[in-house]
Design a protein around this ligand. Structure first.
Ligand code: COA
Length: 259
């Protein structure tokens, strides 16, 4: 692939955006390659988790603005659907954890992709923005809802309507990222550590937990409580739960089967 690097180490896949000359702006080919890498890694049962990062000083500086020149209204709807379903929806609904290791500019569609991930780590020089309105468009890959979920309606309105840039420390304070990694050289190591911590837990709980939290974020408290009862019903009948509880009592490490 020309613009996407895919590296698989044991059971973790690292997908790197690699178009540094354009700060990893997503052109059509890069998006198609990214979709291909996502399908490959998310469908592969031997890959348990995925990390996304960018080459150079940018995670993703948004969609390639040059390609918007000839995009008509009809094309825009297809482009929105592609980003919503084939990219961001695919990440959010993946049956395995996906971590964004944000190494610099994280703008527009890049921030929408980061927000679709389960956990966001940022280097201390990362810069976030939804700058679409400055060029007469708006976020279209699920960014409205995900930004509101993470930072609240008031801040989402401010960020989308002003297009202002947010540095890493502010991104952390408003909940846009989970953690800042001060030394950029440690960003990927930190992402691997967090992913491995997740993967050490009972696979059935991680998989169902991710899916259920996505649903619960959109539910009212009654439906969310109902979902928790259904999950408890499934988990308390699972091998993983039997093994996890037994291992705790026997003071040993659990050996999970994912069922
Ligand atoms: N689309 C296409 N090209 C882009 C791009 C984008 N979204 N973002 C950066 N690039 C290209 C620039 O055109 C430039 O190319 P050139 O060297 O051929 O002129 C190269 O990447 C470097 O960008 P530059 O603007 O010179 O870097 P900078 O460090 O001064 O500024 C940004 C970095 C991210 C602040 C600035 O590039 C920017 O605002 N990009 C657009 C972000 C955006 O609006 N994204 C949302 C699109 S909907």
């Amino acid at each position: 692939m020309q613009y996407i690097d895919l590296k698989i180490d044991d059971d973790i896949a690292l997908i790197k955006f690699n178009r540094p000359e354009a700060l990893n702006a997503l052109n059509k080919l890069m998006l198609d390659e990214f979709e291909e890498a996502l399908i490959k890694t998310l469908n592969d049962k031997d890959i348990k988790g995925v990390i996304l990062t960018g080459e150079g000083k940018s995670f993703i500086a948004g969609a390639d603005i040059a390609e918007f020149l000839d995009m008509n209204a009809h094309d825009a709807v297809s482009f929105a659907e592609f980003g919503q379903n084939n990219i961001c929806g695919r990440i959010e609904n993946a049956p395995k954890p996906v971590i964004a290791a944000i190494n610099g500019y994280c703008m527009g569609g890049g921030n929408e992709i980061a927000m679709a991930c389960d956990i966001r780590l940022a280097s201390s020089d990362a810069v976030f923005s939804q700058p679409e309105a400055a060029i007469g468009i708006l976020p279209m890959w699920g960014g409205f809802r995900r930004l509101i979920r993470l930072v609240g309606l008031g801040r989402a309105k401010e960020l989308i309507l002003t297009c202002r840039r947010v540095k890493a420390d502010e991104a952390l304070s408003i909940g846009l990222v989970n953690k800042i990694v001060e030394d950029k050289n440690n960003l990927l190591d930190e992402a691997y550590i967090i992913l491995k911590n997740i993967l050490a837990n009972a696979p059935i709980a991680v998989k169902l937990g991710k899916a259920a939290l996505n649903y619960a974020a959109e539910f009212n408290i009654h439906d969310a409580n109902d979902l928790e009862r259904k999950l408890s019903n499934i988990l308390f009948a699972s091998e993983d739960k039997r093994e996890g509880v037994k291992a705790f009592i026997e003071k040993r490490r659990a050996e999970y089967k994912g069922e």
